[in-house]
Design a protein around this ligand. Structure first.
Ligand code: ADP
Ligand code: ASP
Ligand code: MG
Length: 468
């Protein structure tokens, strides 16, 4: 049994939804009924959040315009995908859902604030709409299909905006909801991205989290494979939007996929890999717009191609925080205090580097968290600052991490030299460096203005586009 997930661009409009129905339907005829997980139509989650934020600030112009656009896009898609006999009913369902959303926005407007819990309720509407549209498109193509809301069976903690599944109830309830449909040959079309707390309050798994939904469902159903359908030919040597000559990687390991996604390769959500590793379920990444084209399979033991560097990724929008002072030399426990101060603020650190002289420790975090991190560190080191043992705590904004990933780097000397040579030649200044303990990864901090050029220069140097 296969779990297939379709991303937002794959279901961007009515015609694309019908294309997806074609892919799913013909697969079902050949190989048996898959379980399908679907994202909101492209851009819809952003629009929902925009509307709710406008409501909370009582910006009625933006609110009404955005809601009108949501009606228009979903009405148009519904008209395109619905079987003739279901047209009125589907339009009615779409209207009822968007009306609920309008009411929610009205309540947010009255309260004048948008809580994380409210934001999850808001963001859930996109997938609730798209799942109904795709199920209808499948029925129009004469396949039995039924839309399911994952909030009825994916049980999560109440960490709104980044919820984690509670495996036991989730497994039991997912099997109860999905297996009977599969047994009778009805294609379940499940909302990605959402779950619900044990009390039944809607949660979301994090932006881009429909990939994670697919691996949760696959794990619960003991699926044979997870197929993630997106808008590119699998996992590539770099983001093809940055490097046009990027090439598809036919096979990579779970560890490599995890590193790539953690360091910004949006093609797969970072949390997707773990449930798949635990049950040994291969993940395939395929292109909805080029279904017969190249694709990637992610497994525990991919065939090795002898390469050192496999892929390059980048994350923008970061700040590099530095704690500096001569008085830190040889004092035990400074690093522990730095990171516990930051952790207490709930801020996650993407990369750490400490110079061997121990005169400074620096780490990268998301820019919007920099002020809070600096305030927490100033408080934690108030005494050392007063005594001048710590001289300065500051953040450099507008930086990016470039991560170079590949299992083969481990046993090959000279990779770092080649890497820095390439950046030097391209005139790119490296602000900081870290090598992951796994040696699957070298990450460097560069200015955001140079990040794309850095990715291209490294891609060229290691000849990753060869054969394309
Ligand atoms: P979906 O809507 O299907 O979930 P996303 O937009 O989340 O799709 O992810 C697909 C995008 O990921 C691609 O369009 C591409 O620009 C980007 N991407 C970033 N890094 C990579 C990479 N190494 N390989 C492939 N795609 C990548
Ligand atoms: N629709 C959600 C988002 O835009 C989840 C997803 O697409 O994976 O973040
Ligand atoms: Mg995605």
């Amino acid at each position: 049994m296969i779990v297939m997930k379709f991303g937002g661009s794959s279901v961007g409009d009515g015609e694309r939804i019908r294309n997806v129905a074609g892919i799913v339907g013909s697969f079902a005829e050949r190989e048996g009924t898959p379980a399908v997980v679907v994202s909101a139509m492209q851009g819809v989650t952003d629009s929902l959040i925009l509307a709710a934020e406008a409501a909370s600030k009582r910006e009625n112009g933006t609110l009404h315009r955005t809601i009108a656009e949501l009606y228009a896009r979903h009405e148009e898609a519904a008209a395109e995908v619905a079987p003739e006999s279901e047209r009125e009913a589907l339009l009615g369902e779409v209207h009822a859902l968007i009306r609920d959303f309008e009411n929610l926005c009205a309540a947010i407007g009255v309260l004048g604030e948008l809580t994380p819990r409210g934001l999850d309720a808001v963001a859930s509407f996109g997938e609730r709409l798209s799942a109904r549209l795709l199920a209808a498109a499948l029925r129009r193509a004469s396949y039995a299909a039924h839309a399911l809301e994952a909030s009825d069976f994916i049980v999560t903690d109440a960490c709104h905006g980044a919820a984690s599944p509670q495996w036991e109830p989730t497994r039991e309830r997912t099997r109860a909801a999905v297996l009977p449909l599969l047994a009778e040959g009805t294609i379940p079309v499940i909302t990605g991205f959402i779950g619900a707390s044990p009390e039944g309050v809607v949660t979301t798994l994090g932006r881009g989290g429909s990939d994670f939904s697919a691996s949760i469902v696959a794990s619960c159903l003991d699926a044979d494979e997870i197929w993630i359908w997106t808008d590119v030919d699998g996992v590539m040597t770099a983001d093809p939007r940055i490097v046009p000559e990027a090439r598809t990687l036919p096979e990579i390991s779970y560890a490599e996929a995890a590193e790539l996604s953690y360091f910004g390769a949006r093609v797969i959500h970072p949390k997707t890999v773990l449930p798949a590793v635990e049950r040994g379920i291969p993940i395939r990444i395929k292109n909805t717009f080029n279904p017969e084209g190249p694709s990637t399979v992610i497994t525990s033991s991919p065939r090795e191609d002898g390469s050192t560097v496999k892929a390059i990724t980048a994350i923008k929008g970061l700040s590099l925080v530095t704690v500096e002072g001569r008085g830190m030399i040889g004092v035990p426990g400074i690093a522990a205090r730095v990171f516990s101060a930051v952790a207490q603020e709930g801020i996650s650190v993407l990369m750490i580097s400490q110079s061997s002289s121990e005169q400074n420790i620096c780490f990268a975090i998301k820019s919007e968290e920099a002020d809070r991190a600096i305030a927490a560190l100033n408080e934690a080191f108030a005494r050392e600052l007063a005594a001048r043992n710590v001289d300065r705590i500051w953040a450099e904004e507008g930086v990016a991490i470039v991560a170079v990933v590949g299992k083969g780097m481990r046993r090959t000397p000279g990779i770092a030299a080649k890497l820095f040579g390439a950046l030097g030649k391209a005139g790119i200044n490296v602000i900081s460096i870290a090598q992951g303990a796994s040696e699957h990864n070298i990450s460097l901090v560069v200015s955001e203005t140079q990040v794309e050029e850095a990715v291209r220069a490294i891609h060229r140097e290691f000849d990753l586009g060869r054969g394309s």
